[in-house]
Ligand binder design. Structure first.
Ligand SMILES: [Zn+2]
Length: 410
């Protein structure tokens, strides 16, 4: 098709110029988990303003000077379309003087999705944007001074490290490295509970880099889970947890829209296991002791509105339906600041989502927890805490002593 091929060319051009353009910025900041250099976006500077892409999660965009205090930023995906239309941008600016500066976000391959946020002085505030009628650009006015402008608040490797350390400090918990990404970043997980506990809960997050609200929901969910475990309200001799909150560390570090370093959507790779990130989880599951089997899986994401993708009505068992009713039933409008819907989706064979693979492989409830892009942050946080406690209560009861769980159907 003529239009899409022109678009692909435009994007390819942007990727090329973005990747090879002279970098006017300072060298990339070191990241404790970074093992390979990241091609950063191409910054630009006038005598009073500079724009850089010199930090983790910065987008691989290109800055264009239009005037002393006027700029355009070309925002392209990490590979040519088709790609999920979630154009991520994140850049740093420093502007002396007192007048505002103007920045036009020019999207290549998708329309404006994320309302801009300004991180400055330790706080994050929404910015208003004037979005073009066709959605392909948006113009921002930034105050003099300095800050980071991004599609969502940043949530990077350092914050994951701190989260994993907090979890690993729990009784019967430890950090595990499941593998390494293509860039050589560690796939860091926490395992909690007795390794012979018959029931395994798998919690996964951040397959998709821009999906920050899903990361915020998972963070709050895990804090509540940690509180329950610390208070002794979870029997970790009966239930163990594998928690991998950052499935795609390369995509996050590189400011991708969707894919990992291999250019693959990791939530379409379950079953193929062509990528080290998904393969690492599969390998870990394959080595589970006899008598241990997954009983539930939740994968945290973001989309336009808060929802849960769950199994279709004609592919679940009464036990799975009972779990769904106990966990989410009746809560759709009951959590202040966090209305959501429950979306039943039959497994599409070969779809490669974690939801469908875990359900098909283990016959367990396997859900996608999608937090809305612009969902109220306090609402996300409070709801995730309540949903974590409800999740623990809804898990199927442990088998009686002497009544071991059945072997996996893997
Ligand atoms: Zn997603």
């Amino acid at each position: 098709m003529r239009l899409s091929s022109a678009l692909a060319q435009r994007v390819a051009l942007a990727l090329v110029i973005g990747g090879t353009g002279a970098c006017s910025g300072t060298p990339p900041l070191p990241s404790p988990l970074a093992a390979a250099p990241v091609e950063r976006g191409s910054g630009c500077a006038t005598s009073t303003v500079r724009i850089d892409f010199d930090f983790e999660e910065a987008s691989a965009s290109r800055c264009v000077i239009r005037g002393e205090r006027s700029f355009a930023i070309l925002i392209g995906p990490e590979h040519a379309p088709p790609i999920n239309p979630s154009p991520w941008y994140a850049f740093r600016y420093r502007a002396s003087g007192s007048a505002d500066i103007s920045v036009e976000l020019d999207y290549l391959g998708a329309a404006h999705r994320y309302a801009p946020k300004l991180t400055a002085g330790g706080t994050v505030a929404p910015l208003s944007a004037s979005v073009a009628a066709d959605g392909m650009s948006a113009t921002l006015s930034l105050p003099a001074g300095e800050g980071i402008v991004s599609g969502q608040e940043l949530f990077g490797n350092d914050r994951y490290d701190a989260l994993l350390d907090r979890l690993a400090a729990l009784p019967a918990a430890e950090r595990r490295t499941l593998g390494a990404s293509l860039d050589g970043r560690l796939l860091s997980a926490v395992h909690i509970g007795d390794t012979k506990a018959p029931r395994l809960v798998v919690l996964i997050g951040r397959a998709h880099p821009p999906e920050i609200t899903g990361a915020l929901a998972m963070d709050a969910f895990l804090r509540a889970l940690a509180d329950e475990i610390a208070a002794g309200r979870v029997d970790t001799a009966a239930t163990q947890f594998l928690i991998l909150p950052l499935l795609n560390p390369d995509g996050v570090a590189r400011g991708h829209w969707r894919a990992n370093r291999g250019g693959v959507d990791l939530n379409r790779d379950w079953g193929n296991f062509s990528q080290p990130e998904t393969r690492a989880v599969k390998n870990w599951l394959d080595r589970l002791p006899a008598g241990v089997r997954p009983v539930a899986m939740v994968d945290f994401h973001s989309t336009q509105h808060s929802l849960f993708y769950v199994q279709g009505a004609d592919e679940t068992t009464p036990a799975e339906e009972a779990f769904l009713a106990a966990w989410l039933g009746g809560k759709e409008k009951a959590l202040p600041g966090y209305p959501f819907t429950i979306e039943r989706r039959n497994a599409n064979p070969g779809s490669g989502t974690s939801k469908n693979w875990f359900h098909a492989t283990y016959g367990i409830p396997a859900y996608t927890y999608e937090a809305g892009d612009e969902a109220d942050r306090a609402g996300i946080d409070a709801a995730a805490g309540k949903l974590a406690r409800a999740f623990l209560s809804a898990l199927p009861r442990p088998a009686r002593v002497g009544g071991p769980a059945s072997a996996t159907g893997n």
